[in-house]
Design a protein around this ligand. Structure first.
Ligand code: GTP
Ligand code: MG
Length: 172
C-alpha cells in the first residue's frame, strides 16, 4: 500500500476576507453570502491527487478566526504546519495592509522556509476592487511568497491555490 502523505495547511487573514468561504468552496463546492465569523478555529480534511505523481495527498485544513480576540489561538496552530494561506479582500485595503503583519507573525512562529501564499479574494467584485492585482503581486514579491487572486463566490482560482501550495511543499 502507498504511504499516505498528509499536509497541514492553515488559513489566516483579517475577519471577513473570505477564509471560510474559500475552504467551503474547496471542500464542498458551495458558497453562502451569509457571514458567520469563525470562532477559534475550524477543521476540515480534503484528499486530492497530485496530477504529476498520481500520489494521493491528504490536506488537513485549519480555518482560523480573523477577529483580534482569537489571535493567540491562531499562533499556536502554526506549529507543525506545512503551508499557510494569507488572505485579504481585494475591496478592503486595510485587510491587504495587514498581510505583511500576518507574514511576519508566521515567520516569527515557524521554522525558516515555510510555504506561504498570498491570496486576494473576492475578485468577482470588480467595480469595488481597491487593491489592484499589481499591488498584490508587488507585495508578494517583496515578501518572497507566491500570489493568486480568487473568488470563493464564483469558484475562481480556489483549487489553484491548493495545487500551488502542494506543488511548493513537495518542491522543498
Ligand atoms: P472570519 O471567520 O471572521 O475570520 O472571516 P472569514 O475570513 O472566514 O470570512 P467568510 O468566509 O466568513 O466571508 C465573509 C463574507 O464575505 C461572507 O459574507 C461571504 O459570503 C463573503 N465572501 C467570501 N468570499 C467571497 C467572494 O469571493 N466574493 C464575494 N462577493 N463575497 C465573498
Ligand atoms: Mg471564517
Amino acid at each position: 500500500m502507498e504511504e499516505e502523505i498528509l499536509y497541514k495547511i492553515i488559513l489566516v487573514g483579517e475577519s471577513g476576507v473570505g477564509k471560510s468561504s474559500i475552504l467551503v468552496r474547496f471542500t464542498d463546492n458551495t458558497f453562502t453570502p451569509h457571514f458567520a465569523p469563525t470562532l477559534g478555529v475550524d477543521f476540515n480534511v480534503k484528499t486530492i491527487r497530485n496530477k504529476e505523481t498520481g500520489q494521493t495527498v491528504k490536506l488537513q485544513l485549519w480555518d482560523t478566526a480573523g477577529q483580534e480576540r482569537f489571535k493567540s489561538i491562531t499562533q499556536t496552530f502554526y506549529r507543525g504546519s506545512h503551508g499557510v494561506i494569507v488572505v485579504y479582500d481585494v475591496t478592503d485595503p486595510k485587510s491587504f495592509d495587514r498581510c505583511k503583519n500576518w507574514v511576519e507573525d508566521i515567520n516569527q512562529n515557524t521554522q525558516d522556509g515555510m510555504i506561504i501564499i498570498l491570496v486576494g479574494n473576492k475578485s468577482d467584485l470588480t467595480s469595488q476592487k481597491k487593491v489592484s492585482t499589481e499591488q498584490g503581486k508587488a507585495l508578494a514579491d517583496t515578501l518572497n511568497i507566491k500570489f493568486l487572486e480568487t473568488s470563493a463566490k464564483e469558484n475562481f482560482g480556489v483549487t489553484q491555490v491548493f495545487d500551488l501550495l502542494v506543488q511548493d511543499i513537495e518542491a522543498t
